[in-house]
Design a protein around this ligand. Structure first.
Ligand SMILES: [Zn+2]
Length: 205
């Protein structure tokens, strides 16, 4: 009954891997099933080589129902689903440019990327930042749910980023826009950038 959702997860895992957004066994994705359970990537799984039966089916409270053992980072996915009933999918990756960005000093925690393209504003809206916590720390879930009381994406200091969506394709889309925006930022480097004005951003929002 969840076989279609499992196939979608496998397909999008391969897509993210082929795009080069997921390296080795880093990164994890999940989606909410019609009955409220969560389908999530297992621990130590490569997103490019997911198999449908191995995907972990988990209750919102964290109890695992089937599949291989879920990744420990799924704990913060579950916290996001509990805090945000409108959230249908979570994508968390250590993609190259967003992770590079997350390692910079003096980022604005309210807005780690100051808007300079309309697509970033339309797809992502805003990119806040949570502080560094060791991987697996429960404080990640706490900080993320606080930062993502609204909005659809967050940067995680010295770690990576997370994007939410109503569906997995929507969350993947938002993540892709985010990663490409971070890439543009590094390409622009020290060149003077014409950022969007407050009025231009307000018009898009
Ligand atoms: Zn991570």
């Amino acid at each position: 009954m969840d076989s279609e959702a499992r196939d979608i997860m496998v397909e999008y895992g391969q897509f993210l891997f082929q795009r080069g957004y997921a390296v080795g066994t880093a990164g994890n994705i999940s989606l909410k099933l019609a009955d409220g359970d969560i389908l999530a990537t297992p621990t130590n799984a490569c997103l490019g080589r997911l198999t449908a039966p191995a995907l972990a089916r988990v209750r919102l409270d964290g109890e695992q129902v089937s599949g291989e053992k879920m990744s420990k980072e799924i704990a913060f996915h579950l916290a996001l689903y509990r805090a945000r009933p409108d959230c249908g999918a979570v994508v968390h990756l250590h993609s190259t440019y967003l992770t590079a960005l997350s390692c910079l000093e003096n980022l604005n925690p309210e807005e780690a990327i100051k808007p300079f393209t309309p697509y970033f504003v339309m797809k992502t809206g805003r990119l806040p930042l949570i502080p560094y916590f060791r991987p697996g720390s429960p404080l990640i879930a706490e900080a993320l749910t606080e930062r993502l009381a609204s909005g659809s994406a967050c940067l995680m200091a010295n770690h990576g980023a997370v994007a939410l969506g109503k569906t997995l394709p929507e969350a993947v889309d938002a993540f892709e826009e985010l990663e490409e925006t971070a890439k543009l930022l590094f390409i622009l480097g020290n060149n003077p950038v014409r950022y969007l004005t407050a009025g231009e951003v307000a018009e898009l929002r």
